[in-house]
Design a protein around this ligand. Structure first.
Ligand code: CU
Length: 264
C-alpha cells in the first residue's frame, strides 16, 4: 500500500480539481504542504526538565489552517521509534486515518508521509494512536479556522439598482464554501433600506448583531436593517449553486441576488 507516497499524483490531481471547482481553495492549494514532525522536546515542570514527545508544526506545537485550506501535511517521524498520528475529529479517507496497520503501517524513524484531504473547520487535536506515546504528550492542537464571508448590501433609489458586494446578478462573484464547512456570512447593510436576506437550501443561525455575539433563532431569512451588520452561521450543505438574495421583490428584480456556491 503506497497510496500516500504517490505525493506528486495526489497533489497534482487535487490542484487541478480545486482550480476547476473552487477558486479560494485553489489559492490555498498553491501553497506548499505544511511540515509536521513527531519529535522529543524538553518541558520545564516546576524547575525540573522533563523530556516528552511533541508534534511540531511550522510555528510551534500543532497546526492551524486558514479557511478553505486543505489539510496538506508532510508528517516526518523524528523519533527513534515507529509512530503514526490520528487526526482526531477529522473525517479523512480511511487510508489517512492514522491507526497502526489500519491500513497503513507506522512511520519508521526518519520516514515522511504525505496527507491530503479537505478538513472540517473547528478546534480539534491530533495524537499518536499508540497509547503510551499519547500519554507522553505525542499530541497537539489541530485548528481549522472557518470562513467569514462579508456580504455587502448596497444600492440606490436613482438609478433604482440594488447590489450585493457591489454587483448585480450576472456580474456577481459567488460566495464559496465546501460541503460540510462551517461558514459565517456577515451581512453589512450599507444602504438606507432594510433587506430580508434569504438563502436557499440551508438554515442558518443568527450569531451576531453589530459585532455583538448573540445566540439567535435558526431560520432561512434574516431581516437586515439599514446601516446594520448581521452575522449568520451555517454548515454548507449539498454541493450545488444556491441562491442568496434579498426577498424584497423590487430589489431582487433589479439585481440584489448572488449565489452561494458549495463544492464537494
Ligand atoms: Cu432588499
Amino acid at each position: 500500500m503506497n497510496t500516500l507516497s504517490r505525493r506528486g499524483f495526489l497533489a497534482a490531481s487535487a490542484a487541478a480539481f480545486a482550480a476547476a471547482r473552487f477558486p479560494r481553495a485553489a489559492l490555498a492549494q498553491a501553497t506548499a504542504p505544511l511540515g509536521l514532525s513527531a519529535e522529543t522536546r524538553t518541558l520545564d515542570i516546576n524547575g525540573r526538565a522533563a523530556t516528552v514527545f511533541g508534534l511540531a508544526g511550522p510555528s510551534g506545537q500543532g497546526l492551524a489552517l486558514e479557511p478553505g485550506q486543505r489539510f496538506r501535511v508532510d508528517l516526518t517521524n523524528n523519533l527513534d521509534v515507529g509512530t503514526i498520528i490520528h487526526w482526531h475529529g477529522q473525517v479523512p479517507p480511511n487510508v489517512q486515518d492514522g491507526v497502526p496497520d489500519m491500513p497503513m503501517p507506522m512511520l519508521q524513524p526518519g520516514e515522511t508521509r504525505s496527507y491530503d484531504f479537505a478538513p472540517l473547520a473547528g478546534t480539534y487535536w491530533m495524537h499518536s494512536h499508540v497509547p503510551m506515546q499519547e500519554m507522553r504528550l505525542l499530541a497537539a492542537p489541530l485548528i481549522v479556522r472557518s470562513s467569514e464571508d462579508v456580504v455587502m448590501l448596497g444600492g440606490t433609489m436613482r438609478p433604482y439598482v440594488w447590489t450585493i458586494n457591489g454587483a448585480v446578478w450576472g456580474r456577481h462573484r459567488p460566495v464559496t464554501a465546501r460541503s460540510g464547512e462551517r461558514v459565517v456570512l456577515s451581512f453589512h447593510n450599507m444602504s438606507m433600506m432594510a433587506h430580508p436576506m434569504h438563502l436557499h437550501g440551508h438554515v442558518f443561525q443568527v450569531v451576531g448583531l453589530n459585532g455583538r455575539a448573540v445566540s439567535g433563532a435558526v431560520r432561512d431569512t434574516v431581516h437586515v436593517p439599514p446601516m446594520t451588520m448581521v452575522d449568520v452561521a451555517l454548515d454548507a450543505g449539498e454541493a450545488a449553486r444556491w441562491m442568496l438574495h434579498c426577498h424584497h421583490m423590487p430589489h431582487l428584480e433589479t439585481g440584489m441576488m448572488t449565489e452561494f456556491s458549495v463544492s464537494a
